[in-house]
Write a protein that binds this ligand. Structure first.
Ligand SMILES: C[S@@+](CC[C@H](N)C(=O)[O-])C[C@H]1O[C@@H](n2cnc3c(N)ncnc32)[C@H](O)[C@@H]1O
Length: 502
C-alpha cells in the first residue's frame, strides 16, 4: 500500500503506542506544552474581520497532581526499567519525584507526563533517527536530565538556543527572549546533513575575509601552517556558506503575515526547515506528536518528506491543520493524507466520550461549525457557541451550544439552556445529544423547545431552541441558523513564544 501521511486526533501517548512501530520514524520534532501554567487561545475572526467574542481555547499548559498524573508517576519507573534504563537512574528519578511532590508538585506532574511520552518517542525512532525537543528555560534543564537518562548522555548533540527580539517590559530581570531546542541522536549512526543547512556568507564577510587573507604573511610560520590548513578546509566550503552554530538568531519569530494562522504557539516554518533538512533524509518520515497548527507538516511537505502529526485538540486538527494542509499545501484528505481518530460513526463518538468526555464535547462543537467557549456563562454549562450575522445588528450574534454525551438527558437540561436564552445571553440555543431518545421523550423535548419561539431574520423563521443527535451530525445535518460566521484569519500573535513575560 502506498504511504499516506497521517494526522491523528488524540493523545500522542496513546497514538504512538497503538499506531507506531518500533524504529519507524527518522525525525521527531516536538513542541509540547512548556509548563508555563497558562491557557492558550486561538484567535478567530469572521469573514469581515470582526473578532469572535469568544476565543476558543487552544490548549491548556497548566499542571496539577490529578489521578491521571498519579498513575503516570507510578507507571514511569516500570516503563523506564522495561525500556532498559539502569536501576540507579530509575532510583534517582524516584527520589527526584518524591522531592518534587513537596517542593514543586506542578513540575512533578509535568515531568511525569513528559517521561512516559519521551520513552515511547525513543522507541519509535530508527537507529539513524534524531529527536528535537522545543522548550524554554522554564523546564529545559529538567527535560535535559530526562532525555540524558532515556537517550544516554553520549546521544546528546546540541542545546540549540533560538534567539529573537520583541517587546518587553520586565523590571526585575532581563527580557526572556530565547527558546531552547534539545537535540538528541538515537544512536551514533544518526543521519546529519550539515551541508543542507549552510547559511550563505554575507558580502561583508566575504570582503572581510579577503582582507584577512592579505595579512597572512605577517603570521609566525608555525601558526601560519596551522591557519593555512584551516583555511584550505574553509575555502573548499566557502562558496556553500557556513554551518549554523548552536544559537540561531537568523530565524525571526513569526513576522510574516502570510504565515500566521492565529495559533498562539505557532512556530516559523524556517525553524522547521532547518531541523528537517539537517536531520531527516530526503525520503524520511517526520513525526510531530504535538503538531498544533501543523507547521512541521507543512515544512516536511515542502521539503518532500513524509509526515505524521498528532494533536489532542480537535480544533487544531479540524480547522487549523486541515486548513493549512488543504489551502497552503494543496493536499487532499483521503488522497494525500488521512485524518484518524476523529469519530465518523456513533460507536466512535461513544468511545471518544468514554475515553475523554471533554474532547468529545470539543469534537461535537467543532463538527457543527461552533467554537469551544473559553468563557463560562451564568449557568456554567455552555460548551460552545456558533456565530452568525443578523443584518440589523452591528455585532455578531450567537447560538449557545450544550453537549450532552451521557445517556441521561432530561427536560431539566433543556430548562438550563432555556435560561441562557431568557437571560438574553444569546439569540438561539442548540443541544447536542448522543442518541435519539424514545419517541415519547423526543416529543416532550420538541414541545418544550417550541415554547422558546422563533428568530426572524430577513423574513425567515429559525426555531430558537434546537436539538441534534450525533448520528444526525454524522449524516451532515446542522443547526438551522442564519449563515454561520467565523473563519480562521491570520492574526498577529505575541512573539512566537509560549512563555508569559512577567
Ligand atoms: C506548543 S503547541 C505546538 C505548536 C506547533 N509547534 C505549531 O507550530 O503550531 C502544543 C500542542 O500540543 C497539543 N497537545 C497538548 N497535549 C497533547 C497530547 N497529550 N497529545 C497530543 N497533542 C497535545 C496542544 O493541543 C497544542 O496544539
Amino acid at each position: 500500500m502506498p504511504w499516506l501521511n497521517k494526522l491523528y486526533f488524540g493523545d500522542c501517548f496513546t497514538i504512538t503506542r497503538e499506531h507506531l512501530r518500533n524504529a519507524s520514524v527518522d525525525l521527531i520534532y516536538l513542541d509540547p506544552p512548556f509548563n508555563s501554567q497558562r491557557q492558550y487561545n486561538s484567535i478567530y475572526k469572521d469573514e469581515t474581520g470582526r473578532p469572535l467574542p469568544d476565543q476558543t481555547d487552544a490548549f491548556c499548559d497548566m499542571w496539577e497532581l490529578d489521578p491521571e498524573t498519579e498513575r503516570s508517576i507510578r507507571a514511569a519507573p516500570i516503563l523506564m526499567r522495561d525500556h532498559g534504563l539502569d536501576d540507579a537512574t530509575v532510583q534517582l528519578w524516584q527520589q527526584w519525584m518524591r522531592a518534587l511532590r513537596h517542593t514543586n508538585p506542578r513540575l512533578l506532574a509535568y515531568l511525569a507526563y513528559m517521561s512516559l511520552r519521551l520513552l515511547d518517542f525513543h522507541r519509535v525512532l530508527k537507529p539513524t533517527g534524531s529527536l528535537y525537543l522545543h522548550c524554554d528555560p522554564t523546564a529545559s534543564h529538567y527535560i535535559k536530565v530526562l532525555l540524558d537518562a532515556i537517550f544516554g548522555h553520549a546521544s546528546f548533540r546540541n542545546e540549540i538556543v533560538w534567539c529573537y527580539t520583541g517587546p518587553s517590559n520586565t523590571r526585575r530581570w532581563f527580557p526572556r527572549k530565547h527558546d531552547v531546542v534539545l537535540f538528541y541522536a538515537r544512536t551514533q549512526q544518526a543521519y546529519f546533513n550539515r551541508d543542507a543547512v549552510r547559511i550563505p556568507y554575507s558580502d561583508e564577510t566575504l570582503a572581510r575575509r579577503g582582507r584577512i587573507e592579505g595579512k597572512r604573511s605577517y603570521i609566525a610560520p608555525s601558526v601560519e601552517t596551522q591557519e593555512r590548513r584551516t583555511d584550505v578546509q574553509v575555502d573548499k566550503r566557502f562558496g556553500q556558506g557556513k554551518v549554523p552554530e548552536d544559537w540561531w538568531s537568523d530565524i525571526p519569530i513569526l513576522t510574516n503575515q502570510r504565515e500566521r494562522l492565529g495559533y498562539a504557539t505557532q512556530k516559523p516554518l524556517a525553524l522547521l526547515d532547518r531541523i528537517i533538512e539537517a536531520s531527516c533524509p530526503p525520503d524520511g518520515v517526520v513525526l510531530d506528536p504535538f503538531c498544533g497548527c501543523a507547521t512541521t507538516l507543512e515544512a516536511a511537505h515542502n521539503l518532500g518528506r513524509r509526515w505524521i502529526g498528532i494533536d489532542i485538540a480537535i480544533h487544531a486538527i479540524r480547522r487549523v491543520a486541515s486548513v493549512r494542509l488543504k489551502d497552503r499545501c494543496g493536499l487532499v484528505e483521503g488522497e494525500d493524507y488521512t485524518i484518524q481518530g476523529v469519530p465518523s460513526t456513533l460507536e466512535g463518538a461513544q468511545l471518544l466520550h468514554e475515553q475523554d468526555p471533554y474532547q468529545f464535547q470539543r469534537w461535537a462543537v467543532a463538527e457543527v461549525e461552533g467554537f469551544v467557549t473559553s468563557k463560562q456563562t451564568a449557568d456554567g454549562g455552555i460548551d460552545g457557541r456558533l456565530y452568525f450575522d443578523v443584518p440589523s445588528e452591528p455585532d455578531l450574534q450567537s447560538m449557545v451550544l450544550e453537549v450532552k454525551g451521557g445517556a441521561h438527558v432530561r427536560i431539566t437540561d433543556l430548562r438550563a439552556l432555556r435560561a441562557v436564552l431568557d437571560d438574553d445571553l444569546a439569540l438561539m440555543a442548540g443541544l447536542i445529544i448522543m442518541e435519539p431518545r424514545s419517541p415519547h421523550q423526543t416529543r416532550n423535548f420538541e414541545r418544550y423547545m417550541a415554547q422558546a419561539g422563533v428568530l426572524e431574520v430577513l423574513g425567515r423563521e429559525y426555531p430558537r431552541m434546537q436539538m441534534l443527535t450525533v448520528p444526525e451530525i454524522l449524516d451532515g445535518k446542522r443547526f438551522d441558523t442564519p449563515t454561520v460566521a467565523g473563519v480562521h484569519i491570520p492574526q498577529p500573535v505575541l512573539p512566537g513564544i509560549q512563555r508569559a513575560e512577567a
